[in-house]
Design a protein around this ligand. Structure first.
Ligand SMILES: [Zn+2]
Ligand SMILES: [Zn+2]
Length: 118
């Protein structure tokens, strides 16, 4: 599941029923309503957000909401190369994956568009 709750970051989500005109309109664009099983937050998100593929995203879960971390915190053999090339070092909060990305991090204004809690 590439989507996590924007409020509590739980990955335990279920598809919410389309019940409003907005739900039908956004679903036409591939954005679906979801509900978090943990905190009951309802939000809209795209299962695989293609427009984020231009930007850095987690290779394990597809999450584009990444934290910038210090390069020395990235483990593994790729860390040496990433440091050498000066790539941005990022951390995915839901799955704790740390990595360097050759893509630029997602600008923050895009995050508000991706999901909205009501
Ligand atoms: Zn939640
Ligand atoms: Zn992840």
């Amino acid at each position: 599941m590439p989507i996590t709750c924007p409020r509590c970051h739980s990955a335990k989500l279920r598809r919410s029923k389309r019940r409003s005109l907005v739900d039908y309109l956004v679903s036409a664009a591939g954005v679906l309503p979801w509900r978090c099983e943990k905190c009951e937050a309802r939000f809209h998100a795209r299962p695989v957000p293609f427009r984020f593929s231009l930007y850095a995203h987690c290779g394990l879960c597809g999450n584009p909401e990444l934290q910038k971390i210090a390069p020395e915190h990235v483990p593994g053999a790729s860390a040496f190369l990433g440091r050498l090339l000066g790539l941005p070092s990022l951390r995915c909060d839901p799955c704790r994956h740390k990595f360097f990305s050759i893509r630029p991090p997602l600008p923050e204004e895009h995050l508000a568009v991706q999901s909205s809690v009501d």
